[in-house]
Design a protein around this ligand. Structure first.
Ligand code: ADP
Length: 241
């Protein structure tokens, strides 16, 4: 990667769902080793950015670059490139055990030995899950299920982790734990992380930079301190009340 090159870059992305403009010329980048938040009111286009990156949104115009090279995302290839997506709503396999869920996260890994050692490395990050390996995921609390969803996304040792609303439906205390874990993943493994989040206060505590989106466009791209002090958050969110 060249100096000053973004790890990931979405340039002037347009996504239309019929007559709905989900993204209307959004440019968003992620730097190596960074934690980034995508914020904005409901329907602003945040999730669509993650979906465009993962090759599951109908991009009509725009370009995506990874390590400076133009890519045309297709889901299984994106995983092989080292980009992992943890969708909204803890979409783990509820009737499978925690271990089976982690193994599913590594389905693209051909070597049993690599899969085993990757799962071990993930469990070092999530020691509480070690005691639950044989437990069906449905028997875990919401917070533990979210940890399983994130852990599963890490089994392929991704370079980039995309998280869609990791705090959804969790109590404030558990949200804090989930965000602390996300920060720890970033610090211990240098994983670059992009988080779509409605829980502004918690997410702004852990990110290096944040985007504010509205109506499919980027309204602001700045540090959390600047975004908080600029008053833009209130302006954009109040306009939607
Ligand atoms: P956010 O994540 O900011 O809440 P989304 O990216 O989910 O916003 O959605 C942006 C816009 O695109 C919204 O108006 C939403 O209703 C629309 N949209 C998203 N996904 C679809 C879809 N599969 N079909 C039709 N419209 C969609």
């Amino acid at each position: 990667m060249k100096e000053n090159e973004n790890l990931l870059r979405l340039e002037d992305i347009h996504v239309h769902y019929g007559g709905v403009k989900a993204l209307d010329g959004a440019t968003v980048y992620l730097n190596d080793g960074e934690i980034l938040a995508l914020m904005g009111p409901n329907g602003a286009g945040k999730s669509t950015i993650l979906k465009a990156l993962f090759g599951i949104a109908p991009v009509t115009k725009g370009e995506i670059y990874y390590y400076g090279e133009r890519i045309y995302p297709v889901p299984h290839e994106i995983v092989e490139r080292g980009i992992s997506f943890v969708p909204q709503g803890r979409q783990i396999f509820k009737s499978l055990t925690v271990l089976e869920n982690l193994e599913m996260g590594g389905f693209s890994i051909n070597s049993r030995a690599v899969l085993k050692s990757n799962i071990e490395a993930v469990l070092d990050l999530f020691p509480d899950l070690r005691k639950k390996l044989k437990v069906p995921a449905k028997n875990l609390s919401g917070g533990q299920q979210q940890m399983v969803a994130i852990a599963r996304g890490l089994v392929t040792t991704p370079k980039v982790l995309l998280l869609d609303e990791p705090s959804l439906g969790l109590s404030p205390k558990v949200v804090k734990e989930v965000f602390a874990k996300i920060k720890e993943i970033n610090q211990r493994h240098g994983t670059s992380i992009m988080i779509v989040e409605h829980n502004l206060q918690s997410v702004l505590e852990i990110v290096d930079r944040a985007y504010l989106l509205d109506k499919g466009q980027v309204v602001e791209n700045n540090t959390p301190q600047h975004i908080i002090s600029s008053g833009l958050l209130e302006k954009v969110f109040l306009a939607h009340k």
